[in-house]
Design a protein around this ligand. Structure first.
Ligand code: HEM
Length: 393
């Protein structure tokens, strides 16, 4: 028995959106958890935004189609509560598949980072007309995440009910939406294929926004035989030096990762990206060290890494250089300049240098009791000694 069917348009949109949303949630979680220094993070964010906006357009079309077309009637065998539950889940889905991408778009629009969006690399997408600010960005980021998880929650109920109808009740409910005809599959494949094609074109076209700091910072850090340096971590150190109650203290990070592309003759193409594991900080004092991972200091649970990403490097003569870049500790991103000396010895290099920073700019010692310069100095020096050898030569 074939029973009533949804229209071809409804079936194609249903399955195309379903597949795209599953990919979008998996991709969203994956990219969110990548370290900032990752070479692919920026591109994945751009793809996520392009696929997400496509889902938004398809969902709006689908919603419009649904308003204009009655779906097949539910079987008489269904109890009133079952029909009510089904309708609630279905309208809930419509709300979520429209609100989730809208929240993502709003988050990007209000972000003070002001990163532009280009639909699959070619069509500039304007920001939504909302005021920028960190608080608004956090709010929409939370909303985006919770809405995406709500989709998963409804999905579990929806799939469970569809299976029950098919195998237990043996009615037409699942078959009404099943993409049985080859034409349906062609339509679904067409929509998803067009978007994958967009992703491929995005991947092979030259970088967009090449002058945007966020773009520049991640895209230049790549594998290159001549300028790529590999760090000898055993011989290298990354320290922070300050004063506590007038007495000097020194701490270090035992875990950090540095990606260095350095061409002495082509500083434009050179870059430094450092990721530090904040949980690896040690100062040699047990009491002090027990407070460092807490949320007043590095908040290692929510912010396991801190990063420095350069956006320009210049020579100041006699082997001395300055690297302008962005230091991110917790949710604070600030421009900073590292000053360092390079000493070359054939294919090895030693870099010594550092920068001074004001810890409260990064929310370090966030509690009122630490705001006083007497307890722990506001100025902290970050000092490094990096030993590296030229890779691939
Ligand atoms: C139905 C469509 C969408 C779904 C299901 C979806 C899902 C997700 C998920 C699961 C995450 C990871 C959340 C987290 O761990 O914090 C995420 C992150 C993100 N999404 Fe979406 N997304 C969609 C559309 C969009 C759109 C249209 C945009 C922007 C135009 C967008 C921008 C972002 C950004 C910027 C992040 C990263 C947030 C962060 O790293 O803190 N998303 N998305």
């Amino acid at each position: 028995m074939r029973g009533p069917q949804y229209s071809s348009v409804a079936i194609v949109l249903h399955w195309a959106i379903a597949i795209l949303i599953l990919g979008q949630i998996a991709g969203g979680l994956y990219m969110h958890n990548l370290p900032n220094a990752s070479v692919i993070k920026f591109d994945l964010y751009q793809l996520h935004k392009s696929f997400g906006l496509s889902i938004l357009i398809l969902s709006l079309v689908r919603f419009g189609w649904r308003l204009a077309h009655r779906p097949p009637a539910m079987p008489d065998s269904m109890a009133v509560w079952e029909k009510l539950a089904a309708r609630t889940v279905h309208w809930g889905f419509y709300a979520l598949i429209i609100l989730t991408p809208l929240a993502g778009w709003a988050m990007v629009s209000v972000s003070p980072l002001d990163i532009p969006t280009k639909y699959f690399g070619f069509l500039p997408v304007p920001h939504l007309p909302l005021g920028q600010g960190e608080a608004a960005e956090d709010l929409f980021a939370e909303a985006h995440e919770y809405l995406a998880f709500a989709i998963l929650f409804l999905l579990a109920i929806h799939v469970g009910a569809a299976l029950k109808h098919h195998f237990w009740d043996n009615d037409h409910v699942f078959r009404a939406m099943a993409p049985a005809r080859i034409g349906h599959w062609a339509g679904i494949a067409g929509i998803i294929g067009a978007m994958l094609m967009g992703a491929v074109i995005y991947g092979i076209t030259p970088p967009i926004n090449a002058d945007h700091p966020a773009r520049r910072s991640v895209s230049v850090v790549g594998e290159n035989e001549n300028g790529n340096w590999s760090v000898d971590y055993d011989a290298s150190s990354l320290k922070f030096i300050g004063e506590e109650k007038g007495r000097r203290f020194e701490g270090g990070f035992s875990e950090f990762n540095a990606k260095i592309l350095f061409y002495p003759d082509n500083l434009e193409a050179s870059s430094i990206a450092v990721t530090v594991s904040t949980g690896s900080a040690e100062t040699g004092d047990e009491i002090r060290d027990s407070t460092v991972p807490g949320n007043e200091w590095f908040d290692t649970k929510d912010h396991p890494t801190a990063t420095f990403v350069s956006n320009s490097i210049r020579s100041t003569g006699s082997g001395e250089y300055e690297a302008d870049g962005v230091l991110t500790i917790k949710e604070y991103e600030k421009p900073i300049t590292l000053v360092f000396l390079l000493e070359f010895d054939e294919n090895a290099v030693k870099a010594t240098g550092g920068a001074d920073l004001i810890r409260t700019d990064y929310g370090l010692g966030a509690d009122d009791s630490w705001l006083d310069d007497e307890a722990v100095s506001l100025k902290v020096r970050v000092a490094f000694e990096i030993h590296a050898t030229r890779a691939g030569d």
